[in-house]
Structure formats: C-alpha cells, structure tokens
Design a protein around this ligand. Structure first.
Ligand SMILES: Nc1ncnc2c1ncn2[C@@H]1O[C@H](COP(=O)(O)OP(=O)(O)OP(=O)(O)O)[C@@H](O)[C@H]1O
Ligand SMILES: [Mg+2]
Length: 244
C-alpha cells in the first residue's frame, strides 16, 4: 500500500440516541437526542455546539459513561483495542476512565478533607506513578494555574469558583489521557488563566490528544476548535419525534 491508513479516531460516536424518562412525572418520556454521529480524531478538538438545553452535556456524560445510551455505539480506542462504551460493563468504564479518558466538568466535585495537591495528583497515582513524582507534577500544574501555594494543602471545598475550576483543570490535564472531555473548562476564569488553559490545550493537541469540548466562550472556541458538531440538529429531530 502506498499510503498508511489514516490513524483511527480516538473516539467514534455512531448514531447515538437518548430519551430521558421522568419518573417523578408519571414516567413521561423526553427524547433529547436522535442518531447523533461524529468522530474525534487524535490531535484535534471537536466542539459540541447548540443552544442551552440542546443536549451537549448529556452527550459528554454518555461518553464518560455517567448516562446510559439507548441505541448506537460510542467507540473508544482503549488498551490496544476498541471499547464500545455504550455497551460496556461498569468495570470496563472505570478502566477506560483510569487509563484513557479524562473529564473536566464545569464544577469540581470536591471530596471533603482531601487537600488540593492530592486531588490533582490522584489521577497519576491511579495510573501507578510514584507518590513523590505525582506530587511534583501536581505542584507544577497548580503553580502554572496560579493557585497560591498557601492553598495547596487545603481541601478545595472553600476555594473560590475560579480556584476550584483551576484545581479541576489541573486534575484533568495532569495525566496523559488520549481523550479529554471538557465541559466549559474556562467558564469562570479571568483572561490570564483562560490563556493558560488555551496554552495547555494546545500543548496536549500537539501531543496527539483528542478533545471533545463545550465552550460558550467564542474566543476560546476560536483558539482551539477544529470542528463543531451540531447537537441542536439531533435534538430537533428527537423533539420532533414526540409531537409526530
Ligand atoms: N438526568 C436527567 N434527567 C432528565 N432530564 C435531563 C437529565 N439530564 C439532562 N436532562 C435534560 O436534557 C436536556 C439537555 O440537557 P443538557 O444538560 O445536556 O443541555 P446542554 O446542551 O448541556 O445545555 P447548557 O448549554 O445549558 O449546559 C435538557 O432539557 C435537560 O433538562
Ligand atoms: Mg451543559
């Protein structure tokens, strides 16, 4: 063959659909997505677009395995193979989270009494990195994101919104995950920290990391997005299928 086959995307989403059943409302069904498909190639940033309520975070939670998928496939390149997250067992989802996909949610889910330094170092420790090396990298990351040193040994529960978000970003970016899921990572950051995060994203993209992201900030989107997926369209078809 004259050409090598193009590298497989790190994530390939095929025809996923999702309907919520509202048990508190007499099991009323609410279709949110109808047959959405997209790929996340290595080294590129794919942005989920659409209005508020379109289903962007829902797509992200389906990929991370927090929400189930009604139909379709979510194919993740993982451990020298391909794992369909839509059909995976919980332990396979956990293994994929540990080894292959990182997630920066909009809000940090702070565990009480765990110091910021440990919150950030934990993903490395889970991957078998030594305590001292994980700690050193966590220090570098916290410093880069301008978290004052006096906060490193404190639990992030009482940190400001922007400080918590930066701890969250430090935790999400510390391990070399091949896929990063980013749900509005810069929403409560000032301009200077936003630049730091853009720089971090560009570094990872250059290393071949694939990203699936939601950015309301047009400037951030402009700086890193390679493609936009229209979640709105899949949502409209889903909504239409109710009234039909
Ligand atoms: N666990 C759930 N149970 C029931 N409905 C849900 C659930 N999660 C999300 N939804 C509904 O699905 C729709 C899509 O929500 P989602 O959070 O994915 O939107 P979004 O595109 O991320 O919006 P935003 O830009 O405001 O964050 C909304 O109508 C929401 O109410
Ligand atoms: Mg959302």
């Amino acid at each position: 063959m004259a050409h090598q086959m193009a590298a497989e995307p790190v994530l390939s989403v095929r025809d996923i659909s999702k309907t919520f059943t509202l048990h508190l409302q007499g099991a009323q069904v609410m279709p949110v997505l109808h047959r959405l498909s997209f790929d996340v190639p290595r080294g590129s940033c794919v942005v989920l677009g659409g209005e508020s309520g379109a289903g962007k975070s829902t797509v992200m939670k389906m990929v991370y395995g927090s929400y189930g998928t009604d139909s379709g496939k979510i194919l993740l390149s993982h451990a020298d193979g391909v794992l369909d997250l839509a059909a995976a067992q919980p332990r396979q989802v956990l293994a994929a989270r540990r080894g292959t996909m990182g997630y920066v949610s909009q809000f940090l889910r702070a565990v009480p009494r765990v110091p910021a330094l440990e919150v950030v170092a934990e993903p490395l420790r889970e991957r078998g990195v030594s305590a001292s090396q994980a700690q050193q990298q966590a220090v570098d990351m916290l410093a880069r994101l301008s978290i004052p040193q006096r906060l490193w040994s404190l639990p992030p529960a009482t940190f400001s919104g922007g400080e918590q978000q930066r701890v969250n970003i430090a935790r999400g970016f510390i391990a070399p995950y091949p896929l990063l899921l980013l749900d509005e990572p810069t929403a409560s950051l000032d301009a200077r920290n936003r630049e730091v995060v853009i720089e971090l994203m560009r570094e990872r993209l250059a290393q071949g990391v694939g990203m699936l992201a939601i950015f309301h900030d047009a400037q951030v989107r402009h700086a890193v997005a390679d493609a936009v997926v229209d979640v709105q369209a899949a949502a409209s078809v889903a909504a239409g299928s109710v009234s039909a």
